[in-house]
Design a protein around this ligand. Structure first.
Ligand code: MN
Length: 697
C-alpha cells in the first residue's frame, strides 16, 4: 500500500459529484504537513494524514489521537490522499465514497523520527512522528500490529500511541474544548504591559464574570522558551535568578514556549498569601526562593499561538491544560458568577480584595474596565483561620497534590452525613504523617468505593495498568495465592492521596514488610461482634488486656473503625506467621474460656450464636488488617482509632471517632500506636509465660 500513488484514491471517487480535491504539489521546501480531520461518515472516525511527497499517507482512527501514553488506539491505513486534502473541509454527498461531513480538527507540520525516512518506516512497520500543530504537539508512534501479517488479515492495521513527553496527558484530564484556530500565529511577545482593573466596585454576582482573589505578592510576566525562563516584574526587573525552583517547574509546562501572567506568592503559616512571608522568603539567603510559588492566572502565548484575542474563559481552560502537577507553579482558581459569596469567603480568610474579570474579555495592555477590583474588609477574627478552611472544604480548593490530580471532589461518599471524596482526601492528607509509617513497605489491598459507601465496591490487590509508574509496588504471594502479584506499596503522601482519589476508603496492608514478607512485625486479635453488642467487645478486650499486662506483653488496642476492636502486639523480628497465629490462638481460647456466653472462635457467622468472634486466623501471610487512622466505609466516616487502655470502658463506642475529630485527637494525645512500629516481644518467651499464667488462673 505504500507508494501506490493516488490511483486507488482516484478510482474510488467521482469528481463530478464529490467536492474532494484531486491533486496538489509539494512546495519543494523541507516542511512536511499533517492534518487530523473529523469524518462523520457511516461510522464516526478521525482521519490522520501525513505528507509523503505529493500525497498524504492516511489512517482512519476511530478514537482519534490519544494524549495518554497508556492508551493504544487502532489506526487503519487507508489509501493515500492528494496533498490538497490537507485543507479539505466539506460534505461528501450521500451515495459517494466516504459520504458525510469532514471537518479539520488540527493541521500543522511534522517531522519523522526513528527512522527518519518513509520507505524504511513502512518496511519496519514503525512510524515515529513529532507533530507541531495547534492542538496536537509532541511525539506519536504508529506500530503495525503483529496480526497484520497473519493469513486472512489485512496489512493495514496499526496501533497509534502517544510517547511520554511534556505534552502527554492522562485520559481523565482531557484537552479542553477550545477553538485554537481563533488564535493567531505569532512569535511570543517580548514586552507585555500587564492588564489591570480600571475601576473599583462593590461586590456583585454575574454569570458573565469570573472572580479571583487578589494575591499579595509580586506580579510578573513569565516568559518560557527553550533557552530559558524570564520572570519580569512591572519595573522591568527579571527575578528569575532568585527563584530556581519556579524556573525549573516553568520548564516542565505542556509547552516549549509560553507567556503567562501571574503573581509570585509566599504563603504565611495560615496558608494565606503574605507580603511579610514573601519578603522573608526572598531575603533569607539559605532558603532563598524555596517557599515562593507562582500563581498563574492568565496564558497569553503558547507554542507559536498568540492567545490574547481569545475569550478569558478559553485562556483559563488552556492555562489549566498547560500546567501539569508541579510543586511551585499552579493555575490560580477562579469562581464563576457567585462574586458576593466569594467575597465573603475571601474576607473570612482575612484577605482584602477580589478581582472580577469578564469571562469573554480579551487580554489588553494596561487598565481595562473588563477587570474590576472589589475591596473586601478582612475579618480580623478569622486571621488565624486556615485559608483552605475559609474558602471551602479543605480538599476542595486545591485540585492537585504533586503528581496527583483529584477528580470529583464534591461527590458525596457518606450520604447520611454528607462527607465527600474531598473530605476523605483532606483527612488523609492531614493524617498522613501518622498513617504512613504504619503502611510503609507493606503489600497493600485496596477496597474501592468509586461512588461512595452506598455504591458498588471492589477489592483490588494488584497494581494494574491504571497505576502510574511512580507508584511503588512489591511482588508478593500470600499463603492462599497461586502466584505472586504486584501489590501497591504506600510510602508517600502522593501515593496515599492517589489511592484515596480512586475511592480507596480503607486500605488493607499486610502484617509483614518488604523485604521480610515471611515475618510479621505484629500480631493481631480481631474482636468482631457482627450483631453482638459493643459492650461485649469491651469486656473481652479488658480481659485480654489484663492477661497481657500480667505476662508483661505490651499490647495496643484500637477501634477497628467499623464495629469491633483490634488488639495489636508488636513482635521481635524473625518470627513466622504460624508462630504469631499460635500465640494469638492461645489468647483467643483464653478469652473464650473466660467469656463462654459472649465469645467464640467459630469462624462462620451462622455458628457464632450472636457471640463476638475472637479472630486469630488473620495472622497469616497474605491476610490484612486495617492499621490505625484508616477510614472505614461505614456511616459516619469513622476511623480506626488507637486507644489508651483506660479508655477501654463501657463509655466507649467506635462511632465517636470520625475523620472530623481524629486529627485533633492525635494532636492532643499523640500517636498512641507509635510503639506498634518498634521491635516487639520475644514470642516464644511470651507463649511460655502465657501458658504458665493461664494454668495458674
Ligand atoms: Mn475517513
Amino acid at each position: 500500500m505504500d507508494g501506490d500513488g493516488l490511483d486507488r484514491y482516484q478510482q474510488k471517487r467521482d469528481f463530478t459529484r464529490t467536492p474532494e480535491p484531486t491533486g496538489g504539489r509539494a512546495d519543494g521546501d523541507a516542511v512536511l504537513r499533517f492534518v487530523v480531520q473529523r469524518h462523520d461518515a457511516r461510522r464516526l472516525h478521525y482521519d490522520f494524514r501525513l505528507q509523503v511527497g505529493d500525497a498524504l499517507r492516511s489512517f482512519a482512527v476511530p478514537r482519534g489521537l490519544p494524549d495518554d501514553p497508556d492508551l493504544r488506539h487502532l489506526a487503519v491505513q487507508t489509501e493515500d490522499h492528494p496533498l490538497d486534502y490537507v485543507a479539505f473541509e466539506g460534505v461528501i454527498p450521500k451515495g459517494e465514497y466516504g459520504a458525510g461531513t469532514m471537518t479539520i480538527v488540527d493541521r500543522g507540520t511534522y517531522r519523522l523520527v526513528e527512522p527518519d525516512d518513509w520507505p524504511q518506516a513502512m518496511i519496519d512497520g514503525k512510524i515515529g512522528v513529532v507533530l507541531a500543530g495547534r492542538r496536537y504537539r509532541g511525539e506519536w508512534h504508529l506500530v503495525r500490529t503483529k496480526r497484520a501479517g497473519e493469513e486472512g488479515r489485512r496489512q493495514n492495521e496499526w496501533l497509534l500511541l502517544k510517547i511520554r513527553d511534556r505534552y502527554a496527558r492522562a485520559e481523565d484530564d482531557p484537552f479542553p474544548d477550545v477553538d485554537l484556530f481563533a488564535a493567531t500565529e505569532a512569535d511570543p511577545p517580548t514586552v507585555v504591559e500587564p492588564m489591570r482593573p480600571a475601576t473599583t466596585v462593590e461586590p456583585f454576582s454575574d454569570a458573565d464574570w469570573l472572580f479571583e482573589m487578589r494575591f499579595t505578592g509580586r506580579r510578573v510576566i513569565a516568559s518560557v522558551a527553550p533557552d530559558g525562563v524570564r520572570l519580569v516584574a512591572a519595573d522591568g526587573e527579571d527575578v528569575a535568578a532568585a527563584l530556581p525552583a519556579v524556573v525549573r517547574d516553568l520548564g516542565r509546562l505542556r509547552a516549549e514556549v509560553a507567556v503567562l501572567d501571574g503573581v509570585l506568592v509566599a504563603l504565611d503559616e495560615y496558608g494565606r498569601p503574605s507580603a511579610r512571608a514573601f519578603d522573608a522568603a526572598l531575603g533569607d539567603a539559605p532558603v532563598r526562593g524555596q517557599a515562593i510559588t507562582f500563581q498563574a492566572f492568565d496564558l497569553l502565548h503558547t507554542d507559536g499561538l498568540d492567545l490574547r484575542g481569545l475569550p478569558l474563559r478559553d485562556r483559563k481552560a488552556l492555562l489549566r491544560a498547560t500546567i501539569p502537577a508541579l510543586p511551585t507553579v499552579c493555575a490560580a482558581d477562579a469562581v464563576a458568577a457567585g462574586g458576593e459569596a466569594f467575597c465573603a469567603t475571601v474576607a473570612r480568610a482575612g484577605l482584602d480584595a477580589v478581582i472580577a474579570k469578564h469571562a469573554a474579555s480579551r487580554y489588553t495592555a494596561g487598565a481595562s474596565d473588563e477587570w474590576r477590583e472589589i475591596p473586601v474588609s478582612p475579618d480580623e477574627k478569622a486571621a488565624s483561620m486556615n485559608l483552605d478552611a475559609a474558602i471551602g472544604r479543605p480538599g476542595k480548593r486545591s485540585l492537585r497534590h504533586g503528581r496527583v490530580r483529584f477528580t470529583n471532589l464534591d461527590k458525596v461518599f457518606w450520604p447520611d452525613t454528607g462527607e465527600t471524596k474531598g473530605d476523605l482526601i483532606a483527612y488523609y492528607e492531614r493524617i498522613a504523617p501518622f498513617l504512613l509509617p504504619h503502611l510503609a513497605d507493606r503489600p497493600l489491598h485496596m477496597n474501592r468505593f468509586p461512588d461512595g459507601i452506598t455504591g458498588k465496591n471492589f477489592y483490588q490487590r494488584k497494581a494494574n495498568e491504571q497505576f502510574p509508574d511512580w507508584i511503588d509496588t512489591v511482588a508478593a504471594r500470600g499463603d492462599r495465592d497461586r502466584e505472586a502479584e504486584e501489590h501497591p506499596v504506600c510510602n508517600s503522601v502522593e501515593t496515599l492521596l492517589w489511592l484515596a482519589n480512586l475511592g480507596s476508603i480503607d486500605l488493607h496492608p499486610w502484617m509483614s514488610r518488604r523485604p521480610h514478607l515471611e515475618h510479621p512485625d505484629f500480631a493481631v486479635i480481631d474482636l468482631d461482634p457482627k450483631d453482638a453488642p459493643f459492650a461485649h467487645v469491651i469486656r473481652i478486650a479488658k480481659t485480654l488486656g489484663t492477661l497481657l499486662r500480667a505476662v508483661e506483653v505490651p499490647a495496643y488496642p484500637k477501634t477497628s473503625g467499623a464495629s469491633g476492636m483490634h488488639i495489636v502486639i508488636p513482635l521481635a523480628p524473625g518470627y513466622t506467621y504460624e508462630q504469631s497465629r499460635m500465640f494469638c490462638e492461645v489468647l483467643a481460647r483464653f478469652a473464650v474460656r473466660a467469656h463462654r456466653e459472649i465469645a467464640t472462635v467459630e469462624r462462620s457467622v451462622g455458628s457464632r450464636g450472636g457471640k463476638v468472634y475472637v479472630d486469630y486466623l488473620q495472622n497469616a501471610k497474605g491476610q490484612t488488617v486495617v492499621p490505625a487512622y484508616v477510614v472505614r466505609p461505614v456511616p459516619g466516616a469513622t476511623v480506626s482509632t488507637p486507644l489508651a487502655w483506660d479508655e477501654v470502658t463501657s463509655d466507649l463506642h467506635p462511632s465517636q471517632f470520625t475523620i472530623h475529630d481524629v486529627p485533633a485527637r492525635v494532636d492532643a494525645r499523640g500517636d498512641l500506636h507509635r510503639p506498634v512500629l518498634e521491635p516487639g516481644i520475644d514470642l516464644l518467651d511470651a507463649i511460655a509465660a502465657l501458658q504458665r499464667e493461664i494454668d495458674t488462673v
